[in-house]
Design a protein around this ligand. Sequence first.
Ligand code: FAD
Length: 346
Amino acid sequence: MTRIAVVGAGVAGLGTAYALREADAEVTVFERRESVGGRAATRRHDGCVYDAGANYLKDDDPRVAALVGEELADGLVDTEGPVWTFDADGEISEGKGDDARKWTYREGLATLGQRLREASGASVRTDAEVETLARESATESRDARWRVGTASDDFHADALVLTPPAPTTAYLLDGSDWDDPLCGDLVDAAASVPYRTLLSVALHYPYRADPPYYALVNADKDHDIGWVSREECKPGHVPDGESLLVVQPSPDWSRERYEEGNDEIAVAAADRAAELLDDPDRYQFDWADVIRWRDALPDAGADRETLRRGTEADLFFAGDWVVGEGRIHAALRSGLETGERVADAL
Ligand SMILES: Cc1cc2nc3c(=O)[nH]c(=O)nc-3n(C[C@H](O)[C@H](O)[C@H](O)COP(=O)(O)OP(=O)(O)OC[C@H]3O[C@@H](n4cnc5c(N)ncnc54)[C@H](O)[C@@H]3O)c2cc1C
């Protein structure tokens, strides 16, 4: 049977596997972390559930909305409350009637990865970082194939789908054992995608204030804070009477402080959040968590025509950077479409 290797169990990689669920192929997904979902990530602490990467999923893409809202809907919840804006001076304004749906799961957005994993029926190997790639030439008895190396073994596949963020994809291909000018073109295409670095800081408070919004977003992109949201607006995330802010500083602030210790980052983020919210109590959190996303969001897409040439070598790509939109729904859609292209090529 045809063997397909997918690198990365974010929503793009799992979306690829899902689209191949009825294909006459054996699909194996390799994920370097111990859990699936990628940047649709969730953490838990002290009775709280919080989305540590992406904050919510929009229903902007009808195909993804139908899949998530129907087949993957178990545990799906709507975030309550609107997103308001603020400017460089910290002036807060009511949003523009933003009542679009903001989905997460009761157990957090990482559930989306788990649901996709179950629905795909694929074999998913976690704690399995792909370290090497090689293109083996055809022999008399078989076609050319890919060798995918992890620390524990080598896996042979007839087709390969790469879904890590573009810098990692470029790095893997650049170090691959594949002697073809196309490889260099693909490395250049992936390496050209610019990324924003972001910190995500979770701050817990043992009391609750109830402002009329779920989140505040910096509209002019000129404030140290890009985003502040309240996890207690997500059903099931925060025990009654408590509050958990997720503060995402601007890309510049995040890059400057990226190497600092968690305590320093948390205090600095809490200070800026307290100022912005004009709430002196917010200087005093009782626990915090800092999540670092070096390759958080692509600011553009890779050259799609170049990536498509990978098909000549049974090589495919999926992910938010492939379509140039750092959103869960775009990444999942990219995975579904890539899976269909792989199925067509079988
Ligand atoms: C802080 C932050 C806030 C965001 N907010 C939102 C939001 O509110 N709404 C929204 O829609 N989107 C948001 N996004 C963007 C959204 O999370 C991403 O666009 C989407 O999750 C990308 O999915 P993906 O599958 O393309 O990539 P990823 O989720 O990055 O998946 C790639 C996977 O590949 C794995 N991997 C990497 N290298 C290897 C290797 N060598 N071997 C094996 N596995 C490997 C990674 O561990 C990862 O699991 C946010 C992102 C961040 C970081």
